[in-house]
Design a protein around this ligand. Sequence first.
Ligand SMILES: [Zn+2]
Length: 728
Amino acid sequence: MFRKIICLLTALVLAAGMACTAAAEGRREGLQFAITAADALWENAADGEAAAAEARKSGLASPVTEEELVAAGARIDREDGIIFMIRDFGVPRMARTAEEAVETAWSLVKTLDGNEEGELELVNRLNIGKTGVWFFHEVRGDEPVYGRMLKIFFDEEGRVNTVVSSLGFPEETDESLGAEEDPLGQRVLDAETPEIPDFSKMLPGEWTFTAEITPWESRDITVPVMQDPDTGLWYLGDPVRKIVLGDFKKMVLEGQPDCLLTSPENNGWDPEDALIFHRILQCRDFFSRKGWDGPDGLGTPVLLLNNLCLLNGEAMDNACYIGLLQEKWQTFAYSRGAGFGRCLDILAHEYTHAITETSIGVGLYKDDYGAINEAISDIIGNLCEMMLGETKDTQWNLGENLGSAFRSMADPHAREQPEYVWDEFYAPKALYPNDANDRGGVHANSSILNYTASRLCLDAGMAPEEALDFWWTVDLAMGSRTDYYQMAELMEWALRETGLEKYREAVRSMVGKTRMTLRARPDTVPVGQMLVELNLPDTEAMKDHGWTLMGIQLQTGEALSFLFNLLSGPPAGEGDTDFIGLIEQIAEGEAGAATWGSPEQAELQEQFRKVFLTHTTWQAAEGEPLAMIVQRGLPTLYLLMNLDLSTTEIRNIVLLAGSEWLDIEGSLGSLGEETEMNGEKAGEIVEKMISLGMSLLLPEDAERQSLPTAGLDRVELSAVPEAEAPAA
Ligand SMILES: [Zn+2]
């Protein structure tokens, strides 16, 4: 088991056109998408293993060389010298059966710089319209070799025409996936799940309730329920589509597999649970119309868990795709109280993660790879919501029915996301991917593809049906190693595959605009921007993987007085009075003042955005400074934070005031419940903030600003994290 729970939101606590019911006129036929599981691929062979071994031998004995490919007119794409795609294959090779696919795979391993001594596992066969795709993963024993996979595409006649590969890239490890850094994820993977009910004998029923669709609108909705004829108990579930609801907290934290939601009388269901259930049913039906049966396309039963929470039992305020649990349940979870049920785009986002995972297998959920995974979920999730007429939004916002969107795909800056590589808000790849650094900005840099997708529809006129076919094709064709550089080529391929070449210029224009094919840190930055760098001192405390640099820019003159009022504000006991507490409250809606997703909280967030711009960054490479782009000329507060990797709670925070780093925790007391405002210290900090703000208002000449490191060496972690007690 190798998975990280994939969430809607960054776990970082401080992170802050078409009314697409689509005209029926000129409607395209559209593509169908399908999958065949591995165990059904060898129907013509008595013994799949022996047949595969035979096919491997003959493939290795008849290699397809690069010279042959070039002579046959193939187009070969490389990144860092390694082949990631071959188009217009040209060399006559067939892949009608699993045997032929395996033979072709091994005939290519050498040319693809793969491991001829290694093992390739045939994972599944996908179908994109009339194109078939054989998906292989390199394995060692039963373990996948991270990031190394191969897709072989064939046409209606069975001729190989395209190859997507990462077999030649260096092996990856994902060190953040262990129990130590992700104890909750480990508990989820180890949890005993409920038995799959005998859906065939369940008696169907229904339950009608009034759902709050937006903060301003309600609607009566009927969901299926089912009754066990033996016990008479009712379940919130659908025996036909094989979906049933359970309790995350009970299953994971309390170790009770008997966690399905039941009712003796088919009443008393929670309307929020029922609404989320309804949304998942909408997703299921939306995708199954395109040929995809259930989240993984294979009709696997779905376990939908409420009460998503942290190890301490607190609600996580999130929704996530957990993945296949115990080989039997495709599992999703959500917290109650957040109102996610209002947002079909959010539930369809999670649902799409299951499709992506089926397509790329054991993926690398970090950096560009994770950002693309997130973007595909945002794009298809948003298309689903728009095409089913469940939003009035035309600007590709995500979660707008909560009252305030998380992400604005058409205007990434509106929600602190970059429009292009190394734009303001761009997140560098992470040296140690973990929840504290959003695994290298998977929820930040997703905007680069989101922006592309939304502008293709809004500006170039791509219709929602076309967009769905296009992005789903991209999703099923990409690999675990597809980064933005490769995505630029993959989109070109997908345009031809889906017959949407009329958008070629529009796609190229967005590739240029988003600088998708660039990776290096820029030498110059646009007028009005500044590159800020911070060298972390080489001390023991700094070797921790949880350090994040935040730059909070004050956009208006009100900001400083806002801060002053804040820090000299109400005495302890009357709510959050410390700066961080307030940001947290605004960003996450915690601490009572405003419920997450409520109109009050949305209003607070909007206010905050008008006053502050929030930037975050972290270490991208050994010995390299932390770097981020900020706006020139705005007063900026720089905070260096240390986050506990297992809880993502802030362990330590220092503030750059003038040229000195101040230990806020030391000055203001702990950030926990016993926080006490020390008026004298607060005054001192405000004074330094103001002087910092003033100094930054002065004109700047340098393109780069290097932050001092002096004083950082006295920063120590406030507490060594205690090992989690092993589960009983
Ligand atoms: Zn996601």
